[in-house]
Ligand binder design. Structure first.
Ligand SMILES: Cc1cc2nc3c(=O)[nH]c(=O)nc-3n(C[C@H](O)[C@H](O)[C@H](O)COP(=O)(O)OP(=O)(O)OC[C@H]3O[C@@H](n4cnc5c(N)ncnc54)[C@H](O)[C@@H]3O)c2cc1C
Length: 387
């Protein structure tokens, strides 16, 4: 496949590809069938230092930017894996790095870099609030040197494969703040301690093999020093993580898009029906070519979002647009791939149906396409807020 050259990163790509080659399609298929966690794969990524890409060198990481992190995630998906098992550490890192105190950075980052701790979870979504994040009901009330947390979260991923979670909770009641986005705070939660002291976890069986859970907080006490940044500014801080998350997921969708296009191109060149390769038909070629164009275009927006994020410039619009374009492109590529595999697209051994399910998630999570369109309409086009 002849893709546009978006800059080097050749060393990172080659190294991640070599590691991924040790975990072929059979590995990911088996993990999916068993609804297991790709423990060995994530361990190998951690040992090779890729999960510490964003941690500055002074804390034991590689000091790379979101651009490089996105290349790592892209390559995992392009190789047939699913970064959803481990991408949390990449997007949560920005929140801790940019808004955590020096004491918090010193306490956690070296251990994360060494692979002794995982920061894979972020608890934002709630069953009653949905996308309307500022109306969350989970509260954190300060009592002396502790915060007491009560409430509920839903769809919180990788809790059983993480040591730490970034949690968003309301610290000032909504009727006492000038703006709904004020009075929210973020905390670092020690997941092992929390499960002994008031947090319970209920796994949600879902369409993809994505470990995700309902969380219930019943008077969970966490130390005051686990507050990240200033109390009440959490919504602003969490956006750092959300912009990184959208950009990284755009890169994952781009990796998926290339995987589908590679797979369907190879298959349609080979598969002969009516005495010729099916890929000779324009009705087959065009949807594949169209999705390839869309993946390439999404890639440009992904690099722009990364560039702005790494330069500490506002990147909300670009992160959202990259995620929108990439999720749409990978979904179009997935549709073409399953369609032109005919019946074989539905057989697990071809991996198409697994990747098809996995990439479908990104039209809904971490933000739905509709909400991105609303964001663009309001913030970029100046149209009235629609919700
Ligand atoms: C597998 C999985 C893993 C996840 N992991 C995490 C995680 O680790 N941490 C976390 O905090 N969350 C996580 N989520 C939650 C995810 O971010 C939300 O599901 C997503 O943001 C959508 O929120 P919702 O499900 O409440 O949908 P809702 O807000 O109920 O919206 C449902 C649909 O309605 C439409 N809609 C809603 N409002 C509007 C509007 N104003 N205009 C137009 N259309 C609208 C959209 O199409 C949307 O898809 C995960 C979800 C899944 C499925």
């Amino acid at each position: 496949m002849q893709t546009i050259d978006h800059g080097s990163h050749a060393d990172i790509r080659d190294a991640v590809r070599a590691l991924c080659a040790e975990f072929p399609a059979e590995y990911h298929r088996k993990v999916d069938e068993e609804r297991a966690y790709p423990e060995k794969f994530v361990d190998a990524l951690t040992k090779a230092g890729w999960m510490a890409a964003l941690i500055p060198e002074e804390y034991g990481g590689s000091g790379l930017g979101l651009t490089e992190a996105s290349v790592i995630m892209e390559e995992i998906n392009r190789a047939g894996g699913n970064s959803g098992a481990c991408h949390g550490q990449m997007y949560n890192m920005g929140t801790l790095l940019r808004h955590g105190s020096e004491e918090q950075r010193k306490r956690y980052l070296p251990k994360i870099a060494e692979g002794k701790l995982r920061l894979q979870s972020m608890g934002v979504t709630e069953p009653t609030a949905g996308t309307d994040t500022t109306s969350i009901k989970t509260v954190a009330v300060r009592k002396g040197d502790r915060y007491v947390i009560n409430g509920q979260k839903v769809w919180i991923s990788r809790v059983q494969h993480s040591d730490l979670m970034i949690l968003l909770a309301r610290t000032t009641p909504i009727d006492q703040v000038a703006k709904k986005s004020e009075g929210l705070s973020i905390f670092l939660v020690d997941l092992h301690e929390a499960q002994k002291k008031g947090m319970s976890v209920k796994p949600i069986v879902n369409m993809v093999n994505h470990e995700t859970n309902e969380l219930f907080f019943d008077d969970l006490e966490i130390p005051v020093e686990n507050l990240i940044g200033e109390e009440g500014k959490g919504f602003k801080y969490i956006l750092t993580g959300l912009n990184a998350e959208r950009t990284l997921i755009a890169a994952e969708c781009i990796g998926d898009g290339y995987w589908f296009i590679d797979k369907v191109t190879a298959y349609t060149k080979d598969r002969k029906v009516f005495g010729r390769p099916i890929g000779q038909n324009q009705g087959v070629q065009f949807p594949i070519a169209e999705s390839f164009i869309e993946v390439e275009a999404a890639n440009l927006m992904r690099y722009e979002a990364c560039r702005l994020y790494d330069a500490h410039q506002p990147c909300g619009a670009q992160a959202n647009m990259a995620k929108y374009l990439a999720a749409k492109a990978s979904w179009e590529a997935a549709n073409a791939c399953i369609q032109f595999h005919g019946g074989f697209g539905f057989a697990a051994e071809y991996d198409v149906e697994r990747k098809f399910r996995e990439t479908r998630l990104y039209q809904v999570a971490p933000i739905s396409t509709n909400l991105i369109l609303s964001y663009v309409a309001e913030h970029m086009l100046g149209l009235p807020k629609s919700y």
